[in-house]
Design a protein around this ligand. Structure first.
Ligand code: NDP
Length: 313
């Protein structure tokens, strides 16, 4: 059997990154985690890195301000996975990855790079709305740099993180489901796709040594989790044994109320707009440059939306 690739996770202390570290270790990869000097005395992050070490990961000191440190880090491994921040209400550092791309290019040994994507496929969002389009534009800048440098890649389009979308019954600004009321976006009938964040990490690690995913986009579409907002609400209603009071916000109202919000919130709202009013995640067939994760890896027992939502009971 072929050796399992050695993996470097960049952004390993993040919301998704920590799950990637865990999944990489669980699938038996020699796992390295970048330890950025800049985190200094952030005790939570330092403790998390130490816990990774206790679980068998190796910590690699480096800094995005020190090119040689990045080159040295990527030279240790076969595969680099980056999960650097890319949500404006938290932090958005997508373009910093250009430094990582330079380092991978110079090092010359990396067999695959997975940049920080894990959401909507940015290649399909050339007509996305301002200001949220910046997320997709920046991710495309990184893709172009990867491809111009001739670095082998896999792009993971993970659709909706369940914690945001199932947690909030697809309502922006909410991550816990109400037991009383829900506001539907339009008629609440557009299909979207919700994925448990730990499953995103599991599928991502599955792709890294798989020739079928080389230089491809992998979409994660667990069949039971392709649901409209109304269907998500129904699942929740069944779990709590009660119907919610429903109201609805039209497209026009949604867009005009958006103008009152700050920049970071507007970015998130335009993403919800494309997902919930336009159905941008589920309204296309996967083409030649793509693969679907639950088909490639039927052995993964993914978490259904219903099981995910039981945590909120
Ligand atoms: P986080 O906000 O949790 O940040 C991840 C890591 O980025 C941090 O822990 C840190 O890692 C690193 N980082 C942050 N700031 C800097 C900086 N200034 N310099 C260098 N590194 C920095 O990220 P998420 O997990 O929320 O997002 C990861 C990806 O997932 C993004 O591409 C995002 O767009 C996507 N996403 C998709 C969602 C969806 O619903 N599909 C929802 C949320 C995110 P460390 O300190 O360890 O170096």
């Amino acid at each position: 059997m072929a050796m399992k690739s050695k993996v470097l996770v960049v952004g390993g202390t993040g919301y998704l990154g920590k799950r990637l570290v865990k999944a990489s270790l669980a699938q038996g990869h020699e796992t390295y985690v970048l330890h950025r000097e800049e985190i200094g005395v952030d005790i939570d992050k330092v403790q998390m890195l130490l816990s990774f070490k206790q679980q068998g990961a190796r910590l690699v000191p480096a800094s995005f301000s020190d090119h040689q440190s990045l080159v040295n880090a990527v030279k240790l491994v076969d595969v680099v996975i980056c999960a650097i921040s890319g949500v404006h209400i938290r932090s958005h550092q997508i373009l910093l990855q250009l430094k990582l791309v330079d380092a991978i290019k110079e090092a010359g040994n990396v067999k695959r790079f997975l940049p920080s994507e894990f959401g909507t496929d940015p290649a399909r969002m050339e007509n996305a709305m301002e200001p949220g389009r910046l997320t997709f534009d920046d991710k495309m800048v990184v893709r172009r740099a990867i491809q111009e440098a001739g670095i082998p890649f896999t792009y993971v389009s993970a659709n909706c993180f369940a914690g945001y979308f199932l947690g909030g019954l697809c309502q922006p600004g909410y991550i816990l489901p109400s037991r009383d009321h829900v506001r539907l976006l339009g008629d609440g009938d557009q299909k979207a796709i919700y994925v448990d964040e730990d499953d995103i990490a599991t599928y991502t690690i599955k792709t890294i040594d798989d020739p079928r995913t080389l230089n491809k986009t992998v979409y994660i579409r667990p069949p039971k989790n392709i649901l409209s907002q109304r269907e998500v609400v129904q699942i929740w209603e069944k779990l709590i044994g009660k119907e919610l009071l429903k109201s609805s916000i039209s497209k026009e109202e949604f867009l005009s109320s958006m103008k009152e919000q700050n920049y970071a919130e507007q970015v998130g709202l335009t993403h919800y707009y494309h997902v919930c009013y336009e159905g941008c995640l589920a309204n296309f067939e996967i083409g030649d440059g793509g693969e679907e994760a639950s088909k490639l890896y039927p052995e993964v027992k993914y978490t259904s939306a219903e099981d995910y939502m039981k945590r909120y009971l």
